[in-house]
Design a protein around this ligand. Structure first.
Ligand code: NAD
Length: 362
């Protein structure tokens, strides 16, 4: 039985991971540490804490005393570190929170793990610090460049990517200097349930349902690799359970697509759902599909993001060969599932947008 500390477990990927892990490994002890920034949402955890399947601690990963207490009180032996400031646009406006949480917060967690796990000159058995990172640390690719491998040199472009790169370097430095048992995964763009509606996929779905413009940055020809969040959770599980201490794995969906095509696919899925289910027109009357008009008529080109990377692509062959990981969702199945989730769970995202989920007592 493991005792996991999951940081950022009320955010998008962390929340999905808490659901995944508590369902698959119900005997494990799970502590979620989350500051509930604008991107964190207690409702994402549903009844897991009430039912005693996870413990929630409302706090900041930069709080040295709090983090150390959690390690001691809960006998943490596994850290899965998701907590981060994650939105590139916000990092361009002000990068201070990115450096604080992503770099300093990671260092605080690494130190707490080192203090707790290195006892009488030896590392405790079966401990692991798994750090969640991004493909954005590698920078941008040209149209014909080969995809990123684990050996691609770091070349981050945005303040967000630079802060994640800084965190990755610290994690490796703690392994090299102190012998901390770490693993790192660098993943491509995730989509799926519980994603805050500022990122491309949920923003487009929620705007479409409100009949608002669907903003496409620049020409919309930026290419990303897309992975359904549940596949990401499976990949992390494989890494944590494998004997791969010190290693890095790139995780991707073998699914490169242009942003504009992602938006077109979402519009087509919404149109098809409204055509199948006339009740949706009553629930979302401002969506063009409610009047039989194509949702794609909302697509609007806007000024591009400064320094917008043109292409990211992941070579996932290492995790495929070594840990037999392959994604189960294609973009078509995953996006359909995601659109259906947002259509069914408007209570979740309307609460997120109006901030009412913030009424938290801890
Ligand atoms: P998110 O923004 O949805 O969630 C981040 C969570 O961290 C929130 O719950 C927030 O409240 C919490 N948090 C922020 N600052 C904190 C602090 N100082 N202390 C404690 N908690 C804090 O992010 P996400 O999209 O779920 O990303 C999770 C991780 O995965 C991040 O490390 C991100 O870099 C990485 N990642 C994300 C993607 C993606 O497509 N979303 C892709 C690759 C890697």
């Amino acid at each position: 039985m493991r005792s996991l500390l999951i940081t950022g477990g009320s955010g998008f990927i962390g929340g999905n991971f808490v659901h995944y892990w508590t369902q698959k490994y119900p005997a494990d002890h799970v502590v979620v540490l989350d500051a509930l920034t604008y991107a964190g949402n207690l409702a994402t955890l549903g009844k897991l804490c009430e039912e005693g399947r996870a413990c929630f601690v409302h706090g900041d990963i930069t709080d040295v005393g709090l983090v150390q207490n959690i390690f001691e009180q809960h006998g943490v032996d596994t850290v899965v570190h998701f907590a981060a400031e994650t939105h590139v646009d916000r990092s361009i406006v002000d990068s201070s929170a990115f450096v604080r949480t992503n770099v300093l917060g990671t260092q605080v967690l690494l130190d707490a793990a080192r203090r707790s796990w290195f006892v009488d000159g030896n590392w405790r058995d079966s401990v692991r610090f798994h750090h969640i990172s991004t493909d954005e640390v590698y920078g941008a690719l040209g149209p014909t460049d080969p995809p990123f491998t684990e050996l691609t040199p770091y070349s981050p472009s945005s303040p967000y990517a630079a802060s994640k790169a800084g965190a990755d370097h610290l994690v490796r430095a703690y392994a090299h200097t102190y012998g901390l048992p770490i693993t790192i995964s660098n993943c491509s763009n995730n989509y799926g349930p519980y994603q805050f509606p500022e990122k491309l996929v949920p923003l487009m779905i929620v705007n479409a349902l409100h009949g608002r413009a669907l903003p496409i940055y620049g020409d919309g020809l930026q290419i990303r690799d897309w992975l359904h969040v549940e596949d990401h959770c499976v990949a992390i599980d494989r890494i944590i359970h494998a004997n791969v201490t010190g290693e890095t794995f790139n995780i991707g969906g073998r699914s490169e697509h242009r942003n504009i095509d992602i938006v077109r696919m979402i519009c087509a899925l919404i149109d098809a759902r409204f055509a199948d289910d006339t009740f949706l027109s009553t629930r979302f009357p401002r969506c063009p599909a409610a009047r039989g008009v194509s949702t794609a008529t909302l697509m609007t080109h806007v000024a591009d993001r400064p320094g917008h990377d043109r292409r990211y692509a992941i070579d996932p062959s290492r995790i495929a060969k070594k840990l037999a990981f392959e994604p189960t969702q294609t973009l078509a199945t995953g996006l359909r599932h995601t659109v259906d989730w947002y259509l069914a769970q408007d209570g979740w995202w309307t609460a997120v947008l109006d901030g009412s989920y913030r009424s938290v007592s801890d």
